[in-house]
Design a protein around this ligand. Structure first.
Ligand code: SF4
Length: 379
């Protein structure tokens, strides 16, 4: 199992973002953060007391922008989690950070608290593109952040990159990939921009005020990322993720293998004991619930074995290693060939998946049509 902790604060809201996060005024920040961190600890203890046999192997502090918290507060929270929750030896401890809010002193404090992996929201190396999507940092800050992390002893660094940005050219995307590789990160995530409904960017694109690369150019950009990163020695192990040997994200692998995880914080989701829940995406209400001593669920549903099988196939097909037939049979007592016979036959016919070495996995063509592949397993 892993633990995900949502820190829903940001310095400013990016134009494309629909994650739950808020921009809080300086006056309110200190008291609000203090109350929120108390609620997070209460929520962690609630799960610890109910799932005593849980064995935890990863802690992921995401957001939002966790590094907008004062480094000592964030480090104190992480040390507390590592001491109070049943983590095994050498857990993976990741913090998401924004280059603008990560200082050398902050990196050192986090490393001392046990953080051994940082995921840096870089997105692009051209300032005009960063401005176009409302990012608060500038390209020059990325190099300094990575150097600060190295100096603090954190060598496991992921860089998040985005393609399909407004006005982005293929040349700029290639430059971004090359600039990222030059910093020698251990892991890279490359996501295509998604125009989420209701975000400023989606509205501007719908109104014809902003143009984004069309589907063909986005597909070319994705292909470029796969080629360049593979050439630089990165293993393409998940649709959007690339890693140096032994540097896959252990925490994210839990999601892609449909394993249980505890989600803490306002807006977080969790999946434990066949229950999938989402906490209220409203941090004031979240704090109120925990002041009254009760979980702040927005919704919670029991996941039936059939649903879980579907989800295991859907998320598992995101991994290039695919889904192992023997492991699936061991977990559910039935072969995926029997459950999804027609769906798999259709995907094989269309050349979107292949079955090799006991695993069902996407083909090169299936990578581009991943949505169609995963939807085929939804009964
Ligand atoms: S920093 Fe991340 S969470 Fe915050 S607004 Fe930007 S994309 Fe959203």
């Amino acid at each position: 199992m892993g633990v995900y902790v949502h820190i829903p604060f940001c310095a400013q809201k990016c134009y494309y973002c629909d994650f739950y996060s808020v921009v809080v005024s300086r006056e309110d920040f200190t008291s609000l953060v203090g109350s929120y961190l108390v609620s997070l600890r209460q929520e962690a203890l609630y799960y610890r007391d109910r799932w005593k046999d849980g064995h935890l192997e990863s802690l992921f502090i995401g957001g939002g922008t966790p590094t907008v918290l004062p480094p000592e507060e964030l480090a104190g929270l992480i040390s507390w989690f590592l001491e109070e929750l049943p983590f095994g030896a050498e857990p993976e401890v990741t913090v998401e950070a924004n280059p603008q809010s990560l200082t050398a002193a902050g990196a050192k404090v986090l490393a001392e608290a046990g953080v051994n992996r940082i995921s840096l929201g870089v997105q692009a190396f051209q300032n005009h593109l960063l401005e176009a999507i409302g990012r608060v940092h500038r390209a020059e800050q990325v190099k300094a952040s990575v150097a600060a992390l190295r100096q603090a002893g954190i060598s496991n660094v992921n860089l998040d990159l985005m393609f399909g940005l407004p006005g982005q050219s293929q040349r700029e995307w290639t430059e971004t990939l090359e600039s990222a590789i030059a910093l020698e990160p251990s892991h890279l995530s490359c996501y295509g921009l998604i125009l989420e409904e209701g975000t400023p960017l989606e509205k501007w694109v719908s109104a014809g005020l902003v143009e984004v690369p069309d589907d063909d150019l986005q597909a070319e950009m994705y292909e470029t990322a796969c080629r360049i990163l593979k050439g630089a020695g990165y293993e393409h192990y998940e649709i959007s993720n690339f890693a140096l040997p032994a540097r896959r994200s252990r925490h994210n692998l839990l999601y892609w293998r449909n394993q249980p995880f505890i989600g803490l914080g306002s807006g977080a989701t969790g999946y434990i004991q066949n229950c999938r829940y989402r906490n209220i995406p409203d941090l004031w209400r979240y704090i109120q619930c925990w002041r009254a001593g009760s979980p702040a669920y927005e919704d919670a549903e029991h996941v039936s074995p059939e649903q879980e099988m579907d989800e295991t196939m859907m998320v598992g097909m995101r991994l290039l290693e695919g889904v192992d037939e023997a492991s699936f049979r061991h977990r559910y007592g039935v072969s995926f060939w029997d459950v999804y016979q027609a769906a798999i036959a259709d995907l094989l016919d269309r050349g979107l998946v292949k079955y090799t070495e006991g695993r069902l996995r996407v083909t090169a063509r299936g990578l581009f049509l991943e949505n169609q592949v995963s939807q085929a397993f939804l009964r």
